[in-house]
Design a protein around this ligand. Structure first.
Ligand SMILES: CC(C)(COP(=O)(O)OP(=O)(O)OC[C@H]1O[C@@H](n2cnc3c(N)ncnc32)[C@H](O)[C@@H]1OP(=O)(O)O)[C@@H](O)C(=O)NCCC(=O)NCCS
Length: 259
């Protein structure tokens, strides 16, 4: 695997060239965006949203959640629009059985996935490969008993690895395992409807991310690349792509790029 930078040491480039908007086979373009915008700027971004997206935004009771959703969708539309040469507000999305969005555009092979946490969003784009991404803000909430949650939801192998770690290492290891698992279940479109104990990932946050095995097919895991991504100092993240040979490119969305 190669691309913009060495594995796990993301360098998020601003001001990309025109080549940034073309996806070659095997490439994964990761875009990072801040969701922290002044309210008046966020309000202006609703011009990019479809009526159903505006309706969804209005259902958020907490304003910050509504604003972050609006910004995340506006950025998504602006990024995708450049790849498919359309106006951001004209893009149409379809939704798979468990809610995974895709571009309802007749002539595109672009697949994407999005994750947002706190005031950051990460977008992963590929050409024709299943892709999933997950980021978590490290200080979102203090989950007191990580081990109990791992016992309930993770596989035996993951739980045992976590339990064998000294307690001071468990918080980060739990989140590393969690983001790797979520990236995978988002890539296959099942989200949390997929039983999380039916596959194993690596747990050590300082080691490589890897899909080790799935219960449903002994060869299935071999088709996948999983990697840590470094979204920034207060975040942890992971990416899953159904392809062994991938090249990663890291891009920073600049809000001056809105159409
Ligand atoms: C997908 C899921 C794991 C998201 O987890 P999360 O950590 O809260 O949120 P993230 O920020 O990482 O990801 C959210 C994004 O994932 C995408 N997404 C939604 N459903 C998805 C799915 N089934 N698979 C992959 N991606 C999905 C969307 O782009 C969403 O962004 P949006 O909220 O701005 O529309 C969780 O919502 C889930 O399990 N959903 C499926 C369960 C289901 O069937 N729900 C019924 C809705 S039809």
């Amino acid at each position: 695997m190669n691309g913009d930078g060495p594995r796990d040491k993301a360098l998020w480039l601003t001001a990309p060239s025109d080549a940034a908007w073309r996806l070659a086979p095997g490439q994964v373009h990761l875009w990072r965006a801040s969701l922290d915008l002044p309210p008046e700027q966020t309000r202006a971004l609703t011009r990019f949203l479809s009526p159903d997206e505006r309706e969804r935004a209005n259902r958020f009771v907490v304003r910050s959640a509504r604003d972050r959703y609006t910004t995340a969708r506006a950025v998504l539309r602006n990024i995708l629009a450049r790849y498919v040469s359309e106006a951001p507000a004209e893009l149409r999305f379809g939704y798979a059985e468990h809610g995974k969005p895709h571009l309802a555009h007749p002539h595109t092979s672009i697949r994407f996935n999005v994750s947002h946490s706190h005031d950051l969003a990460v977008y992963a784009l590929t050409s024709d490969q299943s892709v999933g991404v997950d980021v978590e803000y490290l200080y979102r909430r203090k989950i007191v008993d990580r081990l109990r949650i791992a016992y309930r939801f993770f596989s035996d192998r993951e739980y045992n690895t976590l339990a064998a770690m000294p307690p001071y290492r468990r918080d980060r290891a739990f989140l590393a395992c969690w983001t790797r698992k979520e990236a995978f279940v988002k890539a296959i479109g099942q989200g949390l409807t997929c039983p999380l104990d039916q596959f194993d990932v690596t747990v050590d946050p300082n080691g490589p991310a890897e899909l080790l095995a799935t219960r449903w097919d002994v060869y299935y895991a071999q088709r996948w690349t999983m990697t840590n991504i470094d979204p920034g100092p207060d975040y942890i993240g992971a990416l899953a792509v159904e392809n062994r040979d991938v090249r990663l490119f890291f891009r920073q969305w600049d809000h001056g790029q809105f159409e």
